[in-house]
Design a protein around this ligand. Structure first.
Ligand code: AKG
Ligand code: FE2
Length: 246
Protein backbone atom coordinates (compact mmCIF):
# COMPACT_ATOMS: atom_id res chain seq x y z
CA UNK A 1 0.00 0.00 0.00
CA UNK A 2 0.98 3.63 -0.28
CA UNK A 3 2.63 4.54 2.99
CA UNK A 4 3.06 8.25 2.32
CA UNK A 5 1.89 10.32 5.27
CA UNK A 6 -0.75 12.95 4.69
CA UNK A 7 -3.64 14.71 6.32
CA UNK A 8 -6.13 11.88 6.13
CA UNK A 9 -4.05 8.88 7.04
CA UNK A 10 -6.95 7.13 8.74
CA UNK A 11 -9.23 7.70 5.71
CA UNK A 12 -6.67 5.96 3.54
CA UNK A 13 -7.15 2.91 5.74
CA UNK A 14 -10.91 2.67 5.16
CA UNK A 15 -10.66 0.08 2.30
CA UNK A 16 -8.94 -2.22 4.79
CA UNK A 17 -11.69 -2.28 7.44
CA UNK A 18 -12.97 -5.82 8.06
CA UNK A 19 -16.76 -5.77 7.81
CA UNK A 20 -19.31 -7.86 9.73
CA UNK A 21 -17.49 -7.57 13.05
CA UNK A 22 -17.68 -4.89 15.77
CA UNK A 23 -15.42 -1.82 15.28
CA UNK A 24 -12.61 -1.73 14.33
CA UNK A 25 -10.07 -4.04 12.72
CA UNK A 26 -8.03 -3.18 9.63
CA UNK A 27 -6.31 -5.95 7.65
CA UNK A 28 -3.60 -4.84 5.21
CA UNK A 29 -2.14 -7.65 3.09
CA UNK A 30 1.47 -7.30 1.87
CA UNK A 31 2.17 -4.40 4.20
CA UNK A 32 5.89 -5.15 4.08
CA UNK A 33 7.98 -6.46 1.18
CA UNK A 34 9.69 -9.86 1.00
CA UNK A 35 13.04 -8.09 1.48
CA UNK A 36 11.76 -6.40 4.64
CA UNK A 37 10.51 -9.73 5.92
CA UNK A 38 13.94 -11.33 5.39
CA UNK A 39 15.68 -8.35 6.97
CA UNK A 40 13.47 -8.43 10.06
CA UNK A 41 13.84 -12.19 10.50
CA UNK A 42 17.62 -11.89 10.20
CA UNK A 43 17.72 -9.17 12.88
CA UNK A 44 15.32 -11.03 15.17
CA UNK A 45 17.30 -14.29 15.00
CA UNK A 46 20.60 -12.40 15.46
CA UNK A 47 19.47 -11.20 18.91
CA UNK A 48 21.47 -12.80 21.72
CA UNK A 49 19.87 -15.86 23.33
CA UNK A 50 19.11 -14.10 26.69
CA UNK A 51 16.91 -11.65 24.77
CA UNK A 52 14.41 -14.50 24.32
CA UNK A 53 11.95 -15.31 27.11
CA UNK A 54 10.80 -18.92 26.85
CA UNK A 55 7.15 -19.54 27.71
CA UNK A 56 5.29 -22.85 27.69
CA UNK A 57 3.61 -22.25 24.36
CA UNK A 58 5.82 -19.67 22.58
CA UNK A 59 8.94 -17.55 23.08
CA UNK A 60 9.25 -13.78 22.95
CA UNK A 61 11.53 -10.77 22.78
CA UNK A 62 10.49 -7.58 24.57
CA UNK A 63 11.74 -4.25 23.22
CA UNK A 64 11.21 -0.75 24.65
CA UNK A 65 10.88 -1.65 28.35
CA UNK A 66 8.58 -3.70 30.58
CA UNK A 67 5.10 -2.11 30.82
CA UNK A 68 4.17 -1.48 34.46
CA UNK A 69 1.27 0.21 36.32
CA UNK A 70 3.74 2.66 37.90
CA UNK A 71 5.34 3.45 34.55
CA UNK A 72 7.61 1.64 32.11
CA UNK A 73 11.34 2.10 32.52
CA UNK A 74 12.14 2.96 28.91
CA UNK A 75 14.78 1.01 27.04
CA UNK A 76 16.34 1.93 23.69
CA UNK A 77 14.56 0.55 20.62
CA UNK A 78 17.14 -0.49 17.99
CA UNK A 79 17.14 1.28 14.64
CA UNK A 80 16.09 -1.85 12.73
CA UNK A 81 12.82 -1.93 14.69
CA UNK A 82 12.31 1.84 14.70
CA UNK A 83 12.00 1.78 10.89
CA UNK A 84 8.88 -0.41 11.13
CA UNK A 85 7.46 1.53 14.10
CA UNK A 86 7.73 4.66 11.92
CA UNK A 87 5.95 2.93 9.01
CA UNK A 88 3.07 2.05 11.33
CA UNK A 89 3.04 5.48 13.00
CA UNK A 90 2.64 7.13 9.57
CA UNK A 91 -0.77 5.51 9.26
CA UNK A 92 -2.03 7.96 11.90
CA UNK A 93 -3.44 5.30 14.23
CA UNK A 94 -1.65 6.54 17.37
CA UNK A 95 -3.15 9.94 18.15
CA UNK A 96 -0.78 12.25 20.05
CA UNK A 97 1.59 9.39 20.83
CA UNK A 98 4.15 7.13 19.17
CA UNK A 99 4.84 3.40 19.29
CA UNK A 100 7.34 2.83 22.11
CA UNK A 101 6.96 -0.88 22.77
CA UNK A 102 7.40 -3.96 20.57
CA UNK A 103 6.77 -7.55 21.51
CA UNK A 104 8.14 -10.19 19.16
CA UNK A 105 6.47 -13.59 19.49
CA UNK A 106 7.66 -16.79 17.87
CA UNK A 107 5.19 -19.68 17.60
CA UNK A 108 6.20 -23.14 16.37
CA UNK A 109 3.50 -25.22 14.65
CA UNK A 110 1.15 -26.38 17.42
CA UNK A 111 1.86 -23.36 19.64
CA UNK A 112 -0.47 -20.43 20.31
CA UNK A 113 -1.66 -17.85 22.82
CA UNK A 114 -4.60 -18.12 25.25
CA UNK A 115 -7.64 -15.86 24.76
CA UNK A 116 -6.96 -12.46 26.37
CA UNK A 117 -7.42 -8.72 25.98
CA UNK A 118 -4.32 -6.54 25.76
CA UNK A 119 -5.43 -4.49 28.75
CA UNK A 120 -5.07 -0.98 30.17
CA UNK A 121 -1.28 -0.68 30.26
CA UNK A 122 -1.35 0.23 26.55
CA UNK A 123 -2.90 2.97 24.42
CA UNK A 124 -5.93 1.12 23.02
CA UNK A 125 -4.59 0.45 19.53
CA UNK A 126 -2.36 -2.45 18.53
CA UNK A 127 -0.57 -3.06 15.23
CA UNK A 128 0.62 -6.55 14.42
CA UNK A 129 2.97 -7.60 11.58
CA UNK A 130 3.09 -11.30 10.66
CA UNK A 131 6.32 -12.90 9.37
CA UNK A 132 7.33 -16.29 7.97
CA UNK A 133 3.97 -18.13 8.30
CA UNK A 134 0.26 -17.35 8.59
CA UNK A 135 -1.84 -17.50 11.76
CA UNK A 136 -5.54 -17.51 12.44
CA UNK A 137 -6.56 -15.09 15.16
CA UNK A 138 -9.67 -16.27 17.02
CA UNK A 139 -12.10 -13.72 18.50
CA UNK A 140 -14.30 -14.39 21.55
CA UNK A 141 -17.15 -12.57 23.27
CA UNK A 142 -16.45 -11.93 26.97
CA UNK A 143 -18.38 -14.16 29.39
CA UNK A 144 -21.86 -12.65 29.75
CA UNK A 145 -21.36 -10.58 26.58
CA UNK A 146 -23.55 -12.71 24.31
CA UNK A 147 -25.75 -10.95 21.79
CA UNK A 148 -29.18 -12.44 22.49
CA UNK A 149 -30.91 -10.35 19.83
CA UNK A 150 -29.25 -12.45 17.11
CA UNK A 151 -31.12 -15.75 16.94
CA UNK A 152 -28.46 -17.32 14.68
CA UNK A 153 -26.13 -17.18 17.67
CA UNK A 154 -28.48 -19.27 19.85
CA UNK A 155 -26.88 -22.68 20.18
CA UNK A 156 -27.17 -25.53 22.65
CA UNK A 157 -23.55 -25.01 23.75
CA UNK A 158 -23.43 -23.03 27.02
CA UNK A 159 -22.28 -19.44 26.39
CA UNK A 160 -19.49 -19.92 28.91
CA UNK A 161 -17.70 -22.36 26.60
CA UNK A 162 -14.98 -20.89 24.43
CA UNK A 163 -16.49 -22.54 21.35
CA UNK A 164 -19.80 -20.73 21.84
CA UNK A 165 -18.10 -17.40 22.45
CA UNK A 166 -15.88 -17.67 19.32
CA UNK A 167 -17.63 -15.36 16.81
CA UNK A 168 -14.93 -14.62 14.22
CA UNK A 169 -11.57 -15.72 12.83
CA UNK A 170 -9.04 -13.55 11.02
CA UNK A 171 -6.47 -15.07 8.67
CA UNK A 172 -3.20 -13.18 9.11
CA UNK A 173 -1.02 -13.96 6.09
CA UNK A 174 2.74 -13.48 6.16
CA UNK A 175 3.83 -9.83 5.60
CA UNK A 176 0.38 -8.52 6.52
CA UNK A 177 -0.49 -5.86 9.09
CA UNK A 178 -3.46 -6.10 11.44
CA UNK A 179 -4.64 -3.05 13.40
CA UNK A 180 -7.08 -3.46 16.29
CA UNK A 181 -8.85 -0.56 18.01
CA UNK A 182 -12.04 0.46 19.88
CA UNK A 183 -14.42 -2.35 20.97
CA UNK A 184 -12.37 -5.06 19.29
CA UNK A 185 -9.44 -3.87 21.41
CA UNK A 186 -11.14 -3.30 24.74
CA UNK A 187 -14.19 -5.57 24.81
CA UNK A 188 -13.46 -8.77 22.90
CA UNK A 189 -10.78 -11.40 23.54
CA UNK A 190 -8.31 -12.77 21.01
CA UNK A 191 -6.11 -15.85 20.91
CA UNK A 192 -4.37 -18.37 18.64
CA UNK A 193 -5.26 -22.09 18.90
CA UNK A 194 -2.52 -24.61 19.62
CA UNK A 195 -2.89 -26.60 16.40
CA UNK A 196 -0.61 -27.42 13.44
CA UNK A 197 -3.07 -26.93 10.56
CA UNK A 198 -5.70 -24.22 10.13
CA UNK A 199 -8.88 -25.03 8.21
CA UNK A 200 -10.43 -22.04 6.47
CA UNK A 201 -14.17 -21.97 7.15
CA UNK A 202 -17.01 -19.45 6.99
CA UNK A 203 -15.98 -17.91 10.32
CA UNK A 204 -12.96 -16.31 8.58
CA UNK A 205 -14.24 -12.74 8.22
CA UNK A 206 -11.42 -11.37 6.02
CA UNK A 207 -11.36 -14.19 3.45
CA UNK A 208 -12.24 -11.84 0.56
CA UNK A 209 -9.09 -9.83 1.42
CA UNK A 210 -6.83 -12.90 1.17
CA UNK A 211 -5.95 -13.52 -2.46
CA UNK A 212 -6.25 -17.11 -3.63
CA UNK A 213 -7.72 -18.43 -0.37
CA UNK A 214 -11.06 -20.19 -0.13
CA UNK A 215 -13.28 -22.06 2.27
CA UNK A 216 -12.00 -25.59 2.80
CA UNK A 217 -8.30 -24.68 2.43
CA UNK A 218 -6.04 -26.50 4.89
CA UNK A 219 -3.04 -24.35 5.79
CA UNK A 220 -0.14 -26.09 7.48
CA UNK A 221 1.69 -23.83 9.88
CA UNK A 222 5.41 -23.11 9.74
CA UNK A 223 7.13 -21.22 12.57
CA UNK A 224 5.49 -17.79 12.73
CA UNK A 225 7.07 -14.61 14.06
CA UNK A 226 4.89 -11.62 14.91
CA UNK A 227 5.68 -8.04 15.82
CA UNK A 228 3.17 -6.47 18.19
CA UNK A 229 3.66 -2.70 18.08
CA UNK A 230 2.02 -0.56 20.79
CA UNK A 231 2.27 2.62 22.83
CA UNK A 232 2.74 2.46 26.59
CA UNK A 233 1.47 5.88 27.78
CA UNK A 234 2.96 5.75 31.28
CA UNK A 235 6.74 5.98 31.14
CA UNK A 236 9.14 6.79 34.02
CA UNK A 237 11.08 10.00 33.64
CA UNK A 238 14.89 9.83 33.93
CA UNK A 239 14.98 11.75 37.21
CA UNK A 240 12.76 9.08 38.81
CA UNK A 241 15.30 6.47 37.87
CA UNK A 242 18.36 8.21 39.22
CA UNK A 243 16.92 10.12 42.17
CA UNK A 244 16.21 13.85 42.36
CA UNK A 245 18.82 16.07 40.76
CA UNK A 246 20.21 18.81 42.97
O1 AKG B 1 1.13 -13.03 17.81
C1 AKG B 1 0.09 -12.45 17.63
O2 AKG B 1 -0.34 -12.21 16.53
C2 AKG B 1 -0.74 -12.02 18.81
C3 AKG B 1 0.07 -11.58 19.96
C4 AKG B 1 -0.77 -11.01 21.05
O3 AKG B 1 -1.96 -11.13 21.08
C5 AKG B 1 -0.13 -10.24 22.12
O4 AKG B 1 1.12 -10.20 22.18
O5 AKG B 1 -0.84 -9.66 22.94
FE1 FE2 C 1 -2.87 -9.77 22.45
Amino acid sequence: MNQDGGENELCSLSPYIISNIPPIIYYIPNFISEDDELYLLKKIYEAPKPKWTELLNRRLQNWGGIPHEKGMIPDTIPQWLQIYCAMVEKLGIFKNCKPNHILINEYLPGQGIMPHTDGPLYYPTVANITLKSHAVLEWYRPIGGENTSDSSLNTKVPETSLEARNFARILMERRSLLIVREDMYSKYLHGICEIKTDIIDDKVVNLSMCEGRQIGDKLNRDARVSLTIRNVPKVMKNNFLFGRRR
